[in-house]
Design a binder for this molecule. Sequence first.
Ligand code: C2E
Ligand code: MG
Ligand code: MG
Ligand code: MG
Length: 294
Amino acid sequence: YADTAMYQVKEKGRDSIEFFNEEMADKVSRQLVMEGDLHRALEEGQFELYYQPKMDVISSRVVGAEALLRWKHPTKGMVSPVDFIPVLETSGMIIDVGQWVLEDACKTLVKWSEQGLWHEGMKLSINISPRQFRRAAFVQDVIDTIERFPIPPNSLDMEITEGIVIQRVEDAIATMTLLSDKGISFSLDDFGTGYSSISYLKRLPVSTLKIDQGFVRDIIVDRNDRVLVETIITMGNLLDMELVAEGVEEAEQLAILKAFGCHFYQGYLFSMPVELAVFESILRTDQQRILEPA
Ligand code: C2E
Ligand code: MG
Ligand code: MG
Ligand code: MG
């Protein structure tokens, strides 16, 4: 196969080889520049967590939030995690940045509980990269961190993807079990896009399935997606798991999800991910609603 590729390159002549090299060199140099910028970002406090409310489908109350990483670049403005998380992962910097995310989330949980904004049963989810999760010291580092911050019991949730689990199921179960014992729950993120084998699902200490937004997006127009979403919800309910639909933008999507038996949702329909102060005002408003029901 490699010989064939080489042959094709040769056929096209020297120009194409140089073009190919230049393009690769360009990519590598852009990556290196970004790595430098990301190091500085961590040192200079350019990272910030945004919060997207997680809503109860039936009562429309806030049941928690997902913390999503933002990079406020001094000249480029807000950089999307889609653009820099892969660089953090390949460079290994995700370990330090992931630790920052965990600590910042814990600090915020402590503050919210002190201010009476966080109630029993509410959960803050953070996203965990494969590289973080598979590290031998991951469990101990997390335990050390949550012991330094007196977070409310059972208030922290970790979102991982199926890919993390499938490669080394036994190791994943061991890691998750140790952390579950400390009150941390687990959600499977982007569910439906991976392998989704029911046999291993049953064995994992996972409490929540997050239905990928790709399926939710076309739930009204695409019958296949609708059937798939209904199947995931039915299966999740049979396995006693909580179901969160991601990327809900329209009331009609929410109505379908509700009819299928989905419990929770996140999406622009209620709120985009917002900065800390804005999320806190959402929490206050939500509490006001219980004290003074309409
Ligand atoms: P994710 O964990 O699947 O997060 C959901 C993404 O969907 C977020 O994108 C969120 O802003 C977006 N979203 C939420 N509601 C809607 C909606 O109604 N419509 C649309 N079109 N999009 C919606 P975001 O914040 O850009 O994050 C992208 C991905 O970056 C995340 O996907 C996650 O995989 C990764 N990520 C974000 N923060 C962290 C972090 O702290 N650590 C790690 N390892 N990964 C992170
Ligand atoms: Mg997530
Ligand atoms: Mg997701
Ligand atoms: Mg995603």
